[in-house]
Design a protein around this ligand. Structure first.
Ligand SMILES: [Zn+2]
Length: 68
């Protein structure tokens, strides 16, 4: 019984995390520069590559955890 509740809460947390990550990403303005390193980008991309995007998300998560 208790296990079922834990599992449900975990699943709910995963959904929340995904929804939050999606919203954060969606709300990023397209500035023509990489949001992580500030490198100018030729396209309307948000980051120069996957590594920069991962870096940015990691920093953002760390910042969010410090605030909560
Ligand atoms: Zn970059």
């Amino acid at each position: 019984m208790a296990d079922d509740v834990d599992l449900a809460q975990q699943l709910e947390q995963i959904h929340l995390d995904r929804a939050l990550a999606f919203r954060q990403h969606e709300s990023l303005p397209r500035t023509g520069r990489c949001h992580n390193c500030g490198e100018p980008l030729p396209t309307d991309a948000l980051f120069c590559d996957a590594a920069c995007e991962k870096d940015y998300q990691r920093l953002r998560r760390m910042r969010a955890q410090r605030l909560s």
